[in-house]
Ligand binder design. Structure first.
Ligand SMILES: *[C@@H]1O[C@H](CO)[C@@H](O)[C@H](O)[C@H]1NC(C)=O
Ligand SMILES: *[C@@H]1O[C@H](CO)[C@@H](O)[C@H](O)[C@H]1NC(C)=O
Length: 206
């Protein structure tokens, strides 16, 4: 099964195209934004089994464990300071900010996770009434993230939110954790990535 010049030419062309596509995939595929997950959350002032939560000198702190995960296989992530905003939603008509926390800027290798475990001072958290079975908080994360890939080094805004429910003991419910999601329109980045990829492939083939 000998190969003539024509045949080798085809083999080499195909190899070049495959290599080019792999390079394009690694360097130009749109990176995924980091994933933020609330793993644990405890609001002392809403622990109704604690009798002191009725008086005004109640412990006004929020304990949380947030996981920041860079799921990209080939790109490290540069985070700007990560602002975490906690709002209390005592009833459907009312939302107000009760605490804020900022994670200093940092770099995260590909497929690595970081846990931010903190107790923050809060203000104005009181149970809506003594009979409620759960209370809701809004947790919002705002930051900018860039990646090690030359095409995505410029930092882009990340703004994700989730509602976190705590039960009558002030503990997150369900306990398995809550992933934050984009509040605005998403998916545009992926389409642009595919567009660049298909354009590059056409350029290589022709
Ligand atoms: C809630 O308050 C009770 C009574 O003070 C206490 O025993 C319990 O540990 C508290 N719950 C949490 C999750 O800290
Ligand atoms: C308030 O609650 C937090 C978290 O549950 C705890 O770490 C802290 O020691 C408490 N502070 C006081 C003054 O009880």
């Amino acid at each position: 099964m000998a190969c003539n010049a024509n045949c080798w030419c085809v083999v080499i062309s195909i190899s070049v195209i495959i290599t080019a596509v792999v390079v394009v995939c690694v360097y130009f595929t749109t990176p995924s934004d980091p994933v933020f997950t609330i793993k644990d959350f405890y609001v002392s002032a809403l622990n109704l089994s604690d009798i002191s939560s009725t008086n005004t000198a109640v412990n006004q702190t929020i304990f949380f464990d947030m996981k920041l995960h860079n799921k990209n296989k080939a790109m490290g992530a540069y985070y700007d300071p990560v602002k975490i905003i906690f709002s209390y939603i005592p009833n459907i008509k009312l939302t107000f900010v009760v605490a804020e926390y900022t994670v200093p800027k940092f770099y995260q290798h590909q497929q690595k996770s970081k846990h931010v475990i903190e107790t923050v001072a809060s203000r104005g958290v009181v149970p809506y009434n003594r009979e409620i079975t759960s209370s809701v908080f809004k947790v919002e994360v705002i930051t900018k993230v860039g990646f090690t890939s030359p095409a995505y080094r410029k930092k882009g805004t990340v703004d994700v939110v989730a509602n976190v429910r705590v039960d009558q003991t002030g503990v997150i419910n369900p306990k398995k954790g809550i992933k934050l999601f984009e509040s605005g329109v998403g998916g545009l980045g992926l389409q642009i990535g595919l567009l660049i990829l298909s354009t590059a492939t056409i350029l290589v083939v022709t």
